[in-house]
Design a protein around this ligand. Structure first.
Ligand code: T46
Length: 140
């Protein structure tokens, strides 16, 4: 499904922000702010300084990554092009389409990465070896 997707299909989406002097709210709803039905939500936290997460691609999974707190960089790679996106605002999310290798780096201290995704957890959907990713993208 995702083997032909280019990095250019991964876009930063501005999410709604309901502002209030007592604090803001950002809602994310299936097929509204994002182009998929949400099946799972998880968050990365307590990431030690200098640590890298990701280092894989998905075959069918769509996801939205949000820096709910702090900041981090996402390196996207489709075998032809790489692009680095910095996420540092809780009302902006990065849509990652299937078939894109991603690495999450430069986590700020105490940062929290909120991730909403289109599928339940299934290891079968992961490509965790870069050589397998090149084969999947028909590059070797
Ligand atoms: C992604 C990036 C942004 C589960 O059992 N259930 C889950 O829902 C998840 C997400 C992970 N796990 C297990 C699988 C591994 O044994 O938790 C362990 C660590 O997972 P992983 O090495 O995939 O973690 P990250 O941070 O490298 O990647 C995660 C997501 O897996 C991935 O889809 O895009 O966050």
């Amino acid at each position: 499904m995702g083997n032909t997707n280019p990095v250019s299909k991964c876009v930063v989406i501005q999410l709604p922000q309901i502002k209030n002097p007592s604090g803001n709210i950002t809602p994310i709803s299936s097929n509204m702010e994002i182009p998929f039905k949400i099946k799972r939500v998880y968050y990365l936290y307590d990431v030690p300084g200098g640590e890298t997460r990701g280092g894989h691609a998905h075959k069918e999974l769509y996801q939205l990554l949000v820096a709910a707190s702090g900041s981090f960089d996402v390196i996207l790679d489709d075998c032809k092009e790489t692009k680095t996106i910095t996420l540092n605002r809780p009302n902006y999310g990065l849509l990652i389409v299937p078939g894109i290798w991603r690495e999450l780096v430069n986590f700020s201290s105490g940062s929290v990465s909120l991730v909403v995704v289109s599928l339940l957890y299934d290891e079968v959907d992961y490509i965790r070896n870069y050589k397998d990713f090149l084969k999947y993208k028909n590059e070797i």
